[in-house]
Each structure stands twice: as structure tokens, then as C-alpha cells.
Design a binder for this molecule. Structure first.
Ligand code: IPE
Ligand code: IPE
Ligand code: MG
Length: 242
């Protein structure tokens, strides 16, 4: 059976999971795993930009991650602040535009300021978009978008909701990758992943390298995306008759 060839993904989204287990394997504190996770993210950003990916979205801190032990939460907040100071100049020179996606009101004033200035510093970049989902939850996003429409007295339609969402500035993800071996979505991109291809790998996030990314992209390329149609329709659409 012939399947339609799959174009490269325009938008890849990643649940960067497994930092804690990576550290545990090495008898290190969990925060050492998160630090290594930042290194892995830098490598992944470079690899995606080099492969012509237009949008990379990563899950860095979920609405539910506040329930972790207080020193892990404060360590993660501190790590984010330090990573921004160190990485933003590189993102600027690499042409990567940064967006933070998530609820900001419950972040500290200093953190809000840091996120805003990082976004402003990269605002003119056009090579690739990097969305960092931080204090993000898919349910939060759907609810805040609905609330925004209601406050403006607008009717709630799929198109308006999609535009009002915190991810409204980018197309939906084509490929959602989760590292760390769990096969769940954990409140990530609940709306936007409706037709994404899902890819789960046992690799822990700090170990997710270029080869692992290429394996995910190759797996995606072999899939047939039908969007509700039949396989025959998809093959016919992608192969113009002559
Ligand atoms: C993902 O790694 C990073 C965050 C959630 C901040 P984890 O910290 O969840 O790593 P594991 O799942 O405990 O190994
Ligand atoms: C998902 O990972 C959130 C991030 C990667 C930021 P978790 O480790 O928090 O997910 P669960 O708790 O195992 O579902
Ligand atoms: Mg985890």
C-alpha cells in the first residue's frame, strides 16, 4: 500500500521530561539534571534551526510543577533567570525569536521583567520561533482564551478561540515529542495537538541529541496524516494526476 510522502514538520513541540531521572542515575541532585536539560535545549534549538524547522515549542514548567518540593521550584526559577541572561545574546545572533507562553501573573515581578526583556531582545529575529511554555497548562490556555472572548462579548467559535490562545501566533504543531518514557500529554497543547503526530522516546531529556531528533523526524516522515480522510484520498491529493 502506497502512503503519501510526508513533508518535514514545520512545528515541533517537545515535552522535555526526564531531567530528574538523569540526575538520579548519576547520584546527583535533581537540579543538576535541570541544568543539563538547559544544555540539551541549546543543542536542540541549534539542531532545529539547522534543519529549517520554523517553530520549536518546549514545555519547561507546567501549571502543576508548582506542587514539587519548594527548593526544586525555586531552583528551577533561578535556573530560568540565569539561562536567559546567558542564552539570549546567542539566540539574538542565531536569529531565534523567543516567546514565553503561560500564565505570568503568579510569577515574581523580577521574572516577569526578565521574560519580557528576553522577548523584546529577540523580537526582530526571523529564522526560527522558540516558544518556551513556562507556567503553562493546556487547560489554562483554553480557559483564558474563552474568558478573553467572553470579556469582549464575542461569540465563541473554534477560529476565535484558536486566535485568542497563548499559542495563537504560530501554526499547530505537526510533531509532538515526549522524552523520558512516559506516554501521556501532561496538560501540554491540549487544543493545538488535536492532529499532531505523537512520538514517545525513552531517552531522558538531557540525553536527547541530534541523532534522537533525526530519528523522531524520520519517524514522522514515514507517517500518513489523514485528518479524517481515507488513505486513498490522501494518496490521490498528494499525487496530482497526469
Ligand atoms: C522535566 O524533567 C523538567 C520539568 C518538569 C521541569 P523532570 O524533572 O520531570 O524529570 P523526571 O520525570 O523526574 O525524571
Ligand atoms: C511535564 O513533565 C512537564 C514538563 C516537562 C515541564 P512532568 O514530569 O511534570 O509530567 P508528569 O507529572 O510526569 O505527568
Ligand atoms: Mg517528569
Amino acid at each position: 500500500m502506497q502512503t503519501a510522502p510526508q513533508a518535514a514538520p514545520r512545528h515541533i513541540a517537545i515535552v522535555m521530561d526526564g531531567n530528574g531521572r538523569w540526575a538520579k542515575q548519576r547520584h546527583l541532585p535533581r537540579l543538576a539534571g535541570h541544568r543539563q536539560g538547559v544544555e540539551s535545549l541549546r543543542r536542540c534549538v541549534n539542531a532545529c534551526a539547522a534543519r529549517g524547522i520554523e517553530v520549536l515549542t518546549v514545555f519547561a514548567f507546567s501549571s502543576e510543577n508548582w506542587s514539587r518540593p519548594p527548593d526544586e521550584v525555586s531552583g528551577l526559577m533561578e535556573l530560568m533567570g540565569k539561562a536567559l541572561l546567558r542564552e539570549v545574546p546567542r539566540l539574538v545572533s542565531d536569529g531565534v525569536r523567543l516567546y514565553f507562553v503561560g500564565e505570568r501573573a503568579s510569577l515574581s515581578a523580577g521574572m516577569r521583567e526578565a521574560l519580557q526583556s528576553a522577548e523584546a531582545a529577540t523580537a526582530a529575529n526571523r529564522r526560527m520561533v522558540l516558544n518556551v511554555c513556562f507556567n503553562y497548562g493546556g487547560r489554562w490556555d483554553i480557559a483564558q482564551a474563552a474568558a478573553a472572548l467572553a470579556a469582549r462579548g464575542e461569540a465563541i467559535t473554534e477560529e476565535r478561540l484558536a486566535r485568542a490562545m497563548a499559542m495563537g501566533h504560530v501554526p499547530d504543531p505537526d510533531l509532538v515529542i515526549r522524552t523520558g518514557g512516559e506516554t501521556r500529554i501532561s496538560n501540554f497543547l491540549l487544543w493545538q495537538a488535536a492532529y499532531a503526530e505523537l512520538y514517545f522516546t525513552d531517552a531522558l531529556w538531557p540525553d536527547f541529541d541530534e541523532a534522537a531528533l533525526d530519528a523522531a523526524i524520520a519517524d514522522y516522515a514515514a507517517r500518513e496524516r489523514r485528518f479524517g480522510r481515507t488513505s486513498e484520498q490522501v494518496v490521490n491529493v498528494s499525487e496530482p494526476s497526469c
